[in-house]
Design a protein around this ligand. Structure first.
Ligand SMILES: Cc1ncc(COP(=O)(O)O)c(C=O)c1O
Length: 370
């Protein structure tokens, strides 16, 4: 199974969810330097100056005030989730997840001895009535949700849905962990603000990351907290021993935020990925016509497609391999082995010529039957 890896030579792997290496902004980093204070142990929540610039940028981006003391610097979204698993849960605890959900987050939960329990989604995201029932039944350690340009479905929760979910988190005092790594990658209108912006009293942690909007190799992200829940992370022995996370990388990214270089770079990414989304969507529609039901998400990285005749996508994998194309099969994203006719396709990793070639190969692989 391909996960976070370099590009393969002989296969157009539409399954990999990474930014295109050709788009990584090496020039932005060429003149940057760090000072002695960045090389010392840092403040537990992360460098104060960096959090101030981050808060200022996010306040504009979300059109909602974000304060530096609501932010905690992490080693990317995965690093943030790992810390949440360590600090908010104990082995054996249940975590409520969307069905389907990001497969590597599910793996992280399992690696911590936690039990992911699926809650259904509708067209508007996680279903509040089903979530409430699951909270009452399982008393989970926390809820894990991807509210914006969901991985893999591309669904974005409406404002009303977000309010309902945050209200449940507050009512049951159950931490709501929102993985919002695609929040800034909108292709037309911005989405509603992250879940941590809705109720200052509710236990919500919104996870942000620079992986999809600047460079995954930075391993840099943040948690944005409401309620008291951020404080539970700050007592970590990891921080007591090692100080705040990622002082050097946050020192490198700090001037890019302050000078607006990050914001300009993201504006370019939105245009590039929007064109790539249309390219992959339209190439697949042209090549596979009525065979494939396809969404056109308003942002993010992925198309989510379904074989209309209900065939199992995994049965096509040998033929896909032979023709030099790969996708992510639906069951990977399900704790119940569901979504057998579904596939996730990433439009961020390849340029338009390669996306067209990938779509043609996939059409040949699927047309050929079993
Ligand atoms: C929903 C989601 N969360 C987290 C990640 C990984 O983020 P990071 O590189 O910041 O750990 C990804 C990457 O595919 C993702 O899709």
């Amino acid at each position: 199974m391909s996960v976070q890896v370099p590009k393969p030579d002989h296969c157009i792997d539409l399954g990999v969810g990474q930014p295109d290496p050709a788009l990584l902004p090496t020039a932005l980093f060429s003149d940057l330097a760090v000072g002695w204070q960045d090389l010392a142990y840092g403040e537990h929540a992360g460098d104060r100056g960096f959090r101030q610039h981050l808060a200022h940028w996010l306040s504009g981006e979300y059109q909602t005030p974000v304060e530096p003391q609501q932010l905690f610097v992490t080693t990317g979204s995965s690093g943030g989730l790992d810390m949440i698993c360590s600090r908010l849960a104990r082995p054996g605890d249940v975590v409520l997840v969307e069905e389907p959900s990001y497969f590597l987050a599910l793996m992280q939960l399992v690696e911590h001895g936690l039990k992911p329990v699926a809650v259904p989604m509708d067209r508007d995201g996680l279903e509040p009535a089903a979530l409430e029932q699951a909270i009452r039944q399982h008393r989970p350690a926390f809820i894990y949700s991807i509210p914006t340009y969901h991985n893999p479905t591309g669904i974005t929760q409406s404002r009303a849905r977000r309010e309902a979910l945050v209200a449940l988190a507050r009512q049951y005092d159950c931490p709501l962990v929102a993985d919002e790594v695609y929040q800034c990658l909108y292709f037309a209108e911005p989405p509603p603000p992250p879940l941590a912006c809705f109720d200052p009293q509710a236990p919500v942690l919104s996870i942000g990351s620079f992986s999809k909007i600047l460079a995954p190799g930075l391993r840099l992200g943040w948690l944005h907290g409401s309620g008291e829940v951020l404080g539970r992370l700050l007592g970590s022995a990891l921080l007591k021993s090692g100080g705040g996370l990622a002082p050097v990388t946050s020192a490198l990214v700090n001037p890019l935020i302050e000078q607006g270089a990050l914001q300009s770079y993201i504006a370019g990414l939105r245009q590039t990925f929007r064109a790539r989304r249309d390219c992959l969507h339209d190439s697949l529609s042209a090549a596979l016509g009525g065979q494939l039901e396809l969404n056109r998400p308003d942002g993010g990285y992925f198309l989510w497609a379904h074989l209309r005749d209900g065939r199992d996508i995994r049965a096509h994998e040998p033929r896909c391999r032979a023709l030099g194309v790969a996708v992510k099969a639906g069951p990977l994203f399900s704790v119940r082995g569901g979504f057998r006719s579904s596939l996730r396709l990433c439009f961020a990793w390849y340029d338009e010529a390669q996306l067209r070639a990938g779509a043609e190969r996939l059409a040949r692989a699927l047309d050929g039957g079993y």
